[in-house]
Design a protein around this ligand. Structure first.
Ligand SMILES: Cc1cc2nc3c(=O)[nH]c(=O)nc-3n(C[C@H](O)[C@H](O)[C@H](O)COP(=O)(O)OP(=O)(O)OC[C@H]3O[C@@H](n4cnc5c(N)ncnc54)[C@H](O)[C@@H]3O)c2cc1C
Length: 258
């Protein structure tokens, strides 16, 4: 679907915010959905690039994406200007479940993962645990605070917040809210998600994780983005699921860890 760019500007370091006009997508999108964007018509960039839907404005009919420039596609995207057209499909994939009334929702983000979970704050502001290699990849924390969330940060090099992994923040969070019922939402690099899944299981906690996999068609046809998921009914106890159509969000019970 052709969509017109309303705004596309750097928000911090290598991170940009793209706003485009897509009234139907804005109407239907929820946290965890993604949009699959064909950036231009170059033959060497025939594949669409997936980006989590960060936010929507239903009244204005716009969709917002926050992206990091990491290669040719995102580099070309960052050069586009208001008025330019992109081809954007969506909302694609399976979204996060809205938080139940009796839980404290905790978003556990690695890098751009913070973009994916923002719309959850609309239903119920909770806690953002933001993890990154260094301060340069700590994004959107002010936006979460403005939405009423408590924000805690961990960086691997200690340049912002606690020094360590984002999962290291969880034991203290649990201790700070004795007797509280939590529900965890995760989005970030694969090793972070695996560590999060193991920790949640050890502690008897529940949640949903967005397992973002490099993908091709984005609609479940090509099986290029499969991830292992638990399948207790099968001989091996696992099966391959298409991250684009069966996910990217999976319940913790389905998340396969070695
Ligand atoms: C469901 C989903 C949601 C996503 N949401 C966001 C988002 O909200 N913001 C954002 O900045 N990025 C997001 N990504 C990642 C984004 O799609 C890639 O960064 C982008 O496709 C890279 O395109 P490129 O042409 O610039 O880079 P390429 O030249 O294709 O690759 C450059 C580098 O990025 C790596 N890369 C490519 N795709 C991915 C990927 N899917 N995950 C991790 N590394 C990748 C490559 O391995 C390579 O090292 C998401 C990915 C998925 C699957």
């Amino acid at each position: 679907m052709n969509a017109t760019i309303i705004a596309n500007a750097r928000i911090q370091g290598d991170y940009f915010q793209l706003v485009f006009s897509a009234p139907e997508m804005a109407e239907r999108a929820a946290a965890g959905h993604f949009t699959h964007i064909r950036i231009d018509r170059r033959q060497d960039r025939i594949l669409r690039r997936p980006f989590s839907i960060h936010d929507t404005d239903r009244a204005a009919g716009t969709v917002t994406v926050v992206y990091k420039v990491v290669g040719g596609g995102t580099g070309a995207l960052s050069q586009l200007r208001p008025g330019d057209a992109i081809d954007a499909l969506g909302p694609q994939g399976r979204a996060y479940s809205p938080p139940a009334d009796d839980v404290l929702p905790v978003a556990v983000a690695g890098g751009y993962g913070a973009a994916a979970m923002f719309m959850l704050t609309r239903r119920k502001p909770g806690v953002l645990l933001m993890g990154a290699r260094s301060a340069a990849d700590v994004i959107l924390t002010d936006r979460y605070r403005d939405a009423g969330c408590e924000v805690r940060v961990a960086t691997n090099d200690g340049s912002l917040g606690e020094k360590g992994f984002v999962t290291d923040l969880i034991p203290k969070l649990l201790a700070d809210y004795p007797g509280k019922k939590f529900f965890f939402y995760g989005c970030g690099p694969h090793p972070m998600l695996m560590a999060l899944a193991k920790l949640l299981r050890e502690r008897g906690l529940d949640g949903e994780l967005s397992i973002d996999q490099i993908m091709c068609c984005g609609v479940g046809a090509c099986f290029g983005c499969v991830v292992k998921v638990n399948d207790p009914g099968s001989e091996s106890n696992w099966r391959y699921a298409r991250s684009c159509s069966e996910g990217p969000v999976f319940p913790l019970a389905d998340v396969y860890t070695e």
